[in-house]
Design a protein around this ligand. Structure first.
Ligand code: SF4
Ligand code: MG
Length: 321
């Protein structure tokens, strides 16, 4: 397997202003030095509670948010070094699907116009070719070409997400960041959309970064899973290994709350004490130490590095050095 994307020490800090002079008095460390690789054709899931930095990481990769620091190496090229015009062109290869397709689709535009727009932006085809492409896209995502003149509100939630997927696909991207793509949908519709995404991945050789707080959904679709907490990656492993053998105490707690398919297999439910600390004032050392039942002295002082403990299973915890 070959990495199509390498994220290196990515940081996104938002300044906090205060005082009469409205000066920077601190930073919200939304993403605080995250590194990982994504292999060609895989689905890497980023999971964690809201505010852990997974969406910010996804958007920074596409430079929809400007990273504060770090490198985003896509097919050997550092995207952070590109100017706006170069990045605009490169974005053909990197697309995004949003959680709420209704909010991301212009309500006054027909499906035809919505799907044609990226083609126009990237100078793809003439009017007739674009029309043909839009019809083809609708069929590819399981919609009917008779629906081409309809507006977003005339579709169901699941159909709108299919339109969002078609829009991302329209420019033949290589990598798609899917940010909670099924979280707004009924459970009965979720698996249809996930299955569609899997079919499209196979058909077009797509690579996905799949962002979700829902570990049942991630179990369905991911090849590998990265767990984030307070802007840091705390564990990264193959899906099966992560679900069967979670090593980080935070991952163990997250997974203990997920129903398991095998009714004979009971996992102890781990209740995390306390709230997630503020990302503007994260705990020193291991950021999880305020909630960790294995906390040691060293945990409050030293930041644990993310290290490979074997088979590409990475973990940032002083218990595993
Ligand atoms: Fe818990 Fe320490 Fe590991 Fe952090 S480093 S998860 S506090 S044992
Ligand atoms: Mg989010």
């Amino acid at each position: 397997t070959e990495a199509i994307l390498k994220v290196e020490k990515l940081k996104k800090y938002y300044p906090i202003y205060g005082g009469v002079l409205h000066k920077t008095i601190g930073y919200v460390k939304a993403v605080d030095g995250v590194s990982f690789e994504v292999n060609q054709g895989e689905t890497l899931a980023l999971v964690g509670e809201s505010g852990c930095g997974k969406s910010t990481t996804g958007r920074s990769i596409l430079r929809l948010i400007e990273p504060t620091e770090g490198r985003i190496i896509f097919e050997g090229e550092d995207l952070v070094s590109l100017n706006d015009e170069q990045m605009r062109k490169r974005r053909r290869d990197l697309q995004i699907i949003f959680q709420d397709p209704f909010a991301s689709l212009n309500p006054r535009h027909t499906v035809q116009r919505i799907l044609e727009e990226p083609l126009i932006v990237h100078g793809i085809g003439d009017k007739n070719e674009r029309k043909r492409k839009v019809v083809e896209l609708l069929e590819t995502v399981g919609l009917n070409k008779e629906q081409i003149k309809r507006y977003p509100h005339q579709f169901s939630g699941g159909q709108r997400q299919r339109i969002g997927i078609a829009r991302a696909l329209s420019v033949n991207p290589k990598l798609i960041v899917a940010d909670e793509p099924v979280s707004a949908l009924d459970v009965s519709i979720q698996s249809q959309v996930l299955n569609l995404m899997e079919d499209l991945q196979e058909k077009f050789g797509l690579t996905y970064i799949f962002i979700s707080h829902d570990l049942s959904v991630v179990r369905h679709i991911a090849s590998r899973v990265g767990v984030m907490y307070l802007g840091s990656l705390v564990e990264l492993a193959d899906k099966t290994e992560l679900y069967d053998q979670p090593l980080h105490p935070y991952t163990q707690a997250l997974l203990s709350a997920v129903p398991v398919p095998d009714p004979d297999f009971k996992r102890e439910r781990i209740i995390l004490s306390g709230d997630v600390p503020s990302p503007s004032n994260p705990p020193a050392g291991c950021k999880f130490h305020t909630r960790c039942r294995y906390k040691m002295d060293v945990c409050t002082k030293e930041v644990p590095d993310l290290v490979d403990v074997g088979n590409g299973h990475y973990i940032a915890c002083h218990l595993h050095r």
